[in-house]
Design a binder for this molecule. Sequence first.
Ligand code: AMP
Ligand code: MG
Length: 373
Amino acid sequence: MPGKFGAGETHPPWVEYPPGMPFHIIEYRRPVRGLVLVAVLLLGGCSKQEPLYTEQLFVFGTLVEFSIWGAESEQAREAVSAVAADFQRMHRDWHAWKPGALTELNRALAAGEPAEADPFVLPLIEESKELYRRSEGLFNPAIGRLIALWGFHSDDRPTGPPPSQKTIADLVARHPTMNDIDVQANRVRSRNPAVQLDFGAFAKGYAIDLAVRRLREQGIDHAIVNAGGDLRAIGRRGERPWRVGIRHPQGRGVLASVETDGDDSVFTSGNYERYREHEGVRHSHIIDPRSGMPVEHVASVTVIHDNGAVADAAATALTVAGPKAWHRIAQAMGIKYAMLVDGEGTVYMNPAMAGRIRFEGGDPPEIVFGELL
Ligand code: AMP
Ligand code: MG
């Protein structure tokens, strides 16, 4: 069991806080238009009070934790509540299956009608077209229909046998891609009615980037925004860098830790997060757009990059790329630090990534080094 991030701690295991620091937690809940806001105030239980403010929001079905260093607590609280309002809007407008701006747009795309894209949705389309191209199509948010076919457009875990090979093959043959989408000013249209947008692979990264922008606008330069283990850390934790955990692919606490360097996003994609299981076979929620099948043999991919949206998209794309092609896709997406863990627990990474992480607890895994090509 990983040492200082081990189980039984009050915080999620990947969250940074001073190990062994005596603290007292006050929790209070107040409804913020449907959001349950849980504020956790750290009070100095020791003589010297550390200027760390933390607050948690429950949004996107995930706990989002803010750790803010060196700000007045009132300033920090106001900044987080501004982000909370943004997150609520994202949740509504970017949802892949609950009625909102994106489902409305998807309806028009399927009908071949031109539609005015919501100003909140338009930048996601534009940025994901570019990331689609750079990932050689492995990050493909146009495959919403395939994702729905596999049952992942639901809050609940899908059950039962997988969809038929024929239905999968028919959808793949219709070849929905981000290149099918034309954007002219704010007018969007799809040449291919099989296109259905699902931004699940990078919306969290995009949201965290917006949150960081908002915090900076409010004068906060030292913070971590952490959504269920995917995070962006800016600035420092006082005298030293922030130290954050990389989730273990089997969901067992922390695999490794990273000291962040001024502005780093650390994103992990994994098949342990969402999956379906039938007769002992587990199917990941990450789909290979070339076959329409869930990715096998990759437990997780972690990427460190300065931009959260790019890190998020790349972690998903490298999962699809797998042990043979992750180097090439990382390079094409402008990623400098990447690590892949396969189904047997073997770790693949580039030497630069090895220089940034420290494995936590247990025996170090078997490592295969590879340069990004
Ligand atoms: P992540 O956890 O960031 O890897 O995102 C996974 C989510 O992205 C899935 O739940 C799907 O909604 C969506 N997704 C699955 N496969 C792909 C893919 N190849 N390209 C883009 N989005 C995908
Ligand atoms: Mg992703």
